[in-house]
Design a protein around this ligand. Structure first.
Ligand SMILES: [Zn+2]
Length: 129
């Protein structure tokens, strides 16, 4: 699961409608992959991703992963959005890095969503829908 995916996921458990984003990410294992053709680095791709991204949620999440050694700026300024080195490091973080094993925990109801073999299980039990 990529951080770009984590960036749009929220808890959908019945009755959990507030303070359910971003999910608290617990990483047990991650890996950095080569990008495939569709996701190869381009400044255009990164500009489009940046437009869709909830920067604050990404920043909060990355701050909880100190062993990744990444510190994100408070905001993406127009200058930064054109900075090649910044965009390339963001590509690494959002597109190539994948969480293989871990979980995501709702900050509101504490519901845990498992990540296994790189795939997040967002399915709810019958009594949670
Ligand atoms: Zn929840």
């Amino acid at each position: 699961m990529k951080l770009i995916t984590h960036n749009i996921l929220m808890c959908n458990k019945k009755g959990c409608t507030k303070n359910n984003f971003p999910l608290r990410l617990v990483v047990k294992q991650y890996a950095d992959y080569e990008a495939d053709n569709a996701q190869e680095y381009s400044a255009n791709l990164m500009t489009r991703l940046l437009e869709k991204l909830d920067w604050n949620a990404l920043k909060i999440t990355v701050a909880t992963l100190p062993d990744w050694g990444i510190a994100l700026p408070d905001a993406v300024t127009p200058e930064l959005a054109k900075d090649e080195a910044f965009l390339q490091s963001l590509h690494m973080l959002l597109v190539r890095r994948q969480i293989i094993d871990g979980e995501m925990v709702c900050p509101n109801c504490e519901r845990s969503y498992e990540i296994k073999n790189g795939i997040a299980n967002m399915l709810l039990q019958e009594d949670e829908v």
